[in-house]
Design a protein around this ligand. Structure first.
Ligand code: IMP
Ligand code: MG
Length: 177
């Protein structure tokens, strides 16, 4: 497949994303006022969102990462979720916030959520930049959503197609046709 920037149609501008991330940060800051949180990013796709969101949350927080793979690298989920590496701290008794780039079938977060709940956090919430509610195969509670979008394959701001386009500052729809 030829992967070209000319196949990408802008969906969310850099300005729209930055404005919404600040709103999410302000909401999270207010909701957890007076508490400390552990913020867990799901790599690789989350890296720009995580960095921007963490700086918009004005609380004491611990940063940690997990790497989870669900896609074989193409446009469709394999349905299989693998933990490539885990966080390296205990979340027992801690308020825990999972940060994801996009929720599609829900399989990834379903697995991650159950894994983390088994470790007895004080609370567990999920924030995602993007949500494709129409694609859900398993229900998973998502507490904060940046943007709900239609069923399109999107790239940019962390999201990739076979490893490409993660560094675009905006989100666009990839049209393979
Ligand atoms: P889920 O397990 O199907 O909910 O998929 C979650 C993961 O699939 C996300 O963390 C992304 O890595 C990937 N993914 C889902 N939809 C897209 C998309 O439109 N573009 C790029 N990656 C996607
Ligand atoms: Mg991902």
């Amino acid at each position: 497949m030829v992967k070209s920037l000319s196949r990408i149609y802008p969906l969310l501008t850099e300005e729209q994303i930055q404005r919404r991330v600040k709103e999410l940060g302000a909401q999270i800051t207010a909701d957890y006022a007076g508490k400390e949180i552990v913020v867990i990013g799901l790599l690789n796709g989350v890296f720009p969102f995580f960095a921007d969101l963490a700086r918009a949350i004005h609380l004491d927080l611990d940063v940690n990462f997990m790497r989870v793979a669900s896609y074989g690298g193409g446009l469709e989920s394999t349905g299989e979720v693998k933990i490539i590496f885990d966080i390296d701290q205990s979340i027992r008794g801690r308020h825990t916030l999972v940060v994801e780039d996009i929720v599609d079938t829900g399989l990834t977060l379903h697995k991650v959520r159950n894994l983390l709940l088994d470790r007895d956090p004080a609370s567990l919430k999920i924030v995602t930049l993007l949500d494709k509610p129409g694609r859900r195969r398993v229900q998973v509670p998502v507490d904060y959503v940046g943007f709900a979008i239609e069923d399109h394959f999107v790239v940019g701001y962390g999201l990739d197609l076979e490893g490409r386009f993660r560094n675009l500052p905006y989100v666009g729809i990839y049209n393979p046709a």
